[in-house]
Design a protein around this ligand. Structure first.
Ligand code: GAL
Length: 707
């Protein structure tokens, strides 16, 4: 499925701010020449251009934009047009101060910066409606217009009176106008925090109520709803003038504020901004690339039937990391091609021309202050443009993934907010990425999905630290396994329900202890210096072989194996270990030392036609590789161990598969069993492909019934 039927191939483009250069027609003219030279076929216009588009209230000045759009289009360059609402002109804040957000103490901001509007302010929405309508009336039929881009990087919370009222209304809806239902869900008997009426509920001000964890997670859900409502308001405004022009908004990495799995439904295409920090001393480039691949996969999985867009990335460097390092030669293309390899049909940049002043004047750009096309970065961008053209035929192809990792925003929020474990080491995102990395080492690219997603395409699902269970998830997991799925869960599984109330009767809740054949009784937090190990048993152990634990008669149901009789590899445990009880599952590993010694640490439970796996302690995933291999074998998914730092992913279209190979290291890498015709990069000789440092290759293979 092609995102832009108007274009023959992949999009190569980015944010362009001619509004900052209107007094330099010579530069604007030269830009177009350079764009063509670099294979730029699309620009994103109008991000933050409100003051140029409406310099004073209701005085819409759009001729300059029309001229630029016409000129670009005449030169074969298409346009994604942004609504400018990510930053406000001074006149607007002066006349309508309620457009400015209140901070978490309820104090109104001053004018300035960006991404800081109040999304519930009626006056602000009126002004948004006016500018969006003016843009749509003027440009919705422009032949060069590909898509609307809504605002920019929606984010943040406002704590003003309008938002407080909207929050109370949202709560009334969620709790059926029944304050007792809310009191129960939030456990407000605690510290006498009971409410008599919805009107008493304030936002979680920094100097107010933050002890009700159910409230905190609901607040973030509400903020997601509000941002989505604002985004939809903009979409509806544009579509009221002309329906059917596709829309997107740029998401941000593993952004914390909003649940993108909720927002994703209301845009036509998913786009996101990708700013990897390469060449770090403490993190290898290949790990950085894995983290990025994880994010690409997450955005791809939001609409798995179509390509996504990498809407921003930096040519050369950014200017807002702790250390702003230039990417080494070749890395620009690697980062760009990784997006395509993982399912993007666009490689877009922030920014095409570097601004002359203000806070982003030193951010990387295709055209630098020197103003020539013979810079290293320009040449690397132009090479990427040519290489994207060489693989144009991949446009519209999609990935097919049969393994998935669950990633729920409210789980993440609730886990971080829970007063337990160690705030130093909860590391939910890292835990998910580690599992992703292990699959990628085995040549399998997982999707990253919400627990509410459609699971029917998957044969393996992993749920790292799925602390909070949405309604009905226990049943869904049980059915998935019963019907032949491999489901792997870890420590912290199913402790609370969606309101953050603890599940009673043993974890994991919602009947899952039957699916996994165990209960979790304690979770212990380790110091980094603690030495705890588990032993991967050479043979699966039957729980019936276990004796009784020695340390307490009250803990009788906990199985305890004789350590002297169990042989196998010793594996270090980090950060967390759970004490399991009532184990009926096969035991694959036991704790070796500390007070849980001899008790089960990793289990496998045959349930229906599938298996439910439980990893009760945090370990390095490559230490338990045999478990992944067995799951993949059980699921009938091909796997091969790839060299470290080599990423391989595939995209499919009618009877064709495209295999992408990326060398994410500064050393040459060789990979075996490569087949197909090389579309890009070195050819494989006798199935053996050697990629230069940071090198990329794309192969095309004919397959049957690929989509
Ligand atoms: C993005 C933003 C752009 C620009 C860029 C700099 O987050 O959308 O407008 O600021 O960062 O890296």
């Amino acid at each position: 499925m092609k995102i832009f039927p108007q274009l023959p191939g992949l999009v190569h483009g980015g944010d362009y701010n001619p509004d900052q250069w209107l007094d330099r027609p010579d530069i604007l003219e030269k830009d177009i020449e350079y764009f063509k030279e670099a294979g730029i076929n699309c620009v994103t216009l109008g991000v933050f251009a409100w003051a140029a588009e409406e310099p004073t209230e209701d005085d819409f000045q759009l001729d300059w934009l029309a001229q630029i759009m016409d000129r670009l289009y005449q030169n074969g360059i298409y346009i994604i047009l942004a609504t400018p609402t990510g930053a406000r002109p001074a006149w607007l804040d002066e006349k309508y101060p309620e457009a400015m957000r209140c901070d978490e103490r309820g104090v109104r901001n001053h004018h300035g910066l960006r991404h800081n509007h109040c999304m519930s302010s009626p006056a602000f929405r009126d002004r948004v409606r006016a500018i969006d309508t003016a843009l749509a009336e003027r440009f919705a039929d422009h032949p060069g217009l590909l898509m609307w881009h809504i605002s920019n990087e929606l984010g943040g919370y406002c704590y003003c009176e309008h938002c407080k009222y909207a929050w109370q209304e949202w709560l009334r809806g969620r709790y059926h106008d029944d304050i007792e239902e809310l009191n129960k869900a939030w456990w407000t008997g605690f510290w006498s925090h009971r409410f008599n009426d919805f009107s008493q509920i304030e936002p979680p001000y920094a100097n107010g109520e933050t002890a009700l964890l159910g409230m905190n997670v609901d607040w973030r859900r509400f903020e997601t709803f509000l941002a989505t409502d604002f985004m939809r308001f903009e979409i509806d405004t544009l579509h009221a003038v002309k329906p059917d022009v596709p829309v997107t908004t740029n998401f941000m990495e593993l952004f914390y504020d909003y649940d993108y799995n909720y927002m994703k439904e209301f845009v036509d295409y998913i786009s996101w901004d990708n700013y990897p920090e390469m060449h770090r001393t403490e993190v290898s480039d290949s790990r950085t690339m894995i983290e990025r691949s994880f994010m690409h996969s997450m955005f791809r999985s939001m609409k798995p039937d179509r390509p996504f867009m990498m809407m921003e990335s930096a040519p050369g460097l950014v200017n807002w990391k702790p250390y702003n390092k230039y990417r080494r030669p070749g890395v620009h293309e690697l980062i760009s091609m990784q997006a395509v390899a993982d399912g993007s049909d666009t490689v877009q940049y922030f920014q095409l021309r570097k601004s002359r002043g203000a806070s982003e004047q030193w951010h990387g750009a295709v055209i630098d202050h020197i103003g020539t096309d013979d810079t290293r970065i320009f040449k690397e961008v132009a090479k990427t443009g040519a290489d994207l053209a060489a693989i144009a035929e991949v446009t519209g192809s999609v990935a097919k993934n049969e393994a998935a990792i669950l990633y729920d925003w409210d789980n993440r929020w609730a886990l971080d907010d829970a007063q337990m474990l160690s705030n130093e080491t909860k590391n939910f995102d890292e835990t998910c990425t580690n599992i992703y990395e292990e699959f990628m080492r085995l040549g399998v690219c997982p999707n990253i999905i919400s627990s509410d997603a459609d699971w029917s395409h998957y044969r393996i699902i992993c749920a790292p630290m799925l602390y909070l269970l949405h309604d009905g998830i226990g049943r869904k997991i049980a059915d998935f396994v019963k019907n032949g799925g491999q489901f792997l869960a870890t420590y912290c599984m199913g402790y609370v329900d969606k309101t953050t109330l603890a599940n009673l009767g043993g974890f994991p809740g919602q009947g899952l202890s039957e699916v996994f054949g165990l209960k979790s009784e304690e979770i212990d937090t380790l110091y980094p210096e603690d030495n705890v190990n588990l032993r991967l048993s050479d043979q699966p152990l039957k729980p019936t072989d276990a004796g009784k634990p020695e340390w307490s008669s009250s803990a009788e149901p906990i199985s305890c194996f004789d350590l002297t009789k169990v042989t196998g590899k010793s594996v270090a445990v980090h950060d967390y270990e759970e004490l399991l009880r009532d184990v009926t599952a096969d035991v694959l590993a036991i704790y070796e030392n500390d007070y849980m010694a001899g008790t089960p640490a990793i289990t496998r439970n045959a349930y229906g036609k599938g298996c439910a796996w439980y990893v009760a302690a945090r370990v390095d995933q490559d230490d338990i590789r045999p478990i992944y291999e067995e799951m993949l074998d059980n699921a009938g998914i091909d796997h091969t161990l790839l060299p470290e730092g080599l990423e391989k992913t595939s995209r499919y279209s009618d009877n064709v598969r495209y295999d992408f190979y990326l060398n994410c290291t500064a050393e040459p890498l060789t990979v075996e069993n490569v087949s197909g015709t090389a579309l890009l990069g070195p050819a494989a000789e006798g199935g053996r492909l050697t990629l230069p440092p940071y090198g990329v290759a794309v192969f095309k293979i004919g397959v049957r019934n690929s989509v």
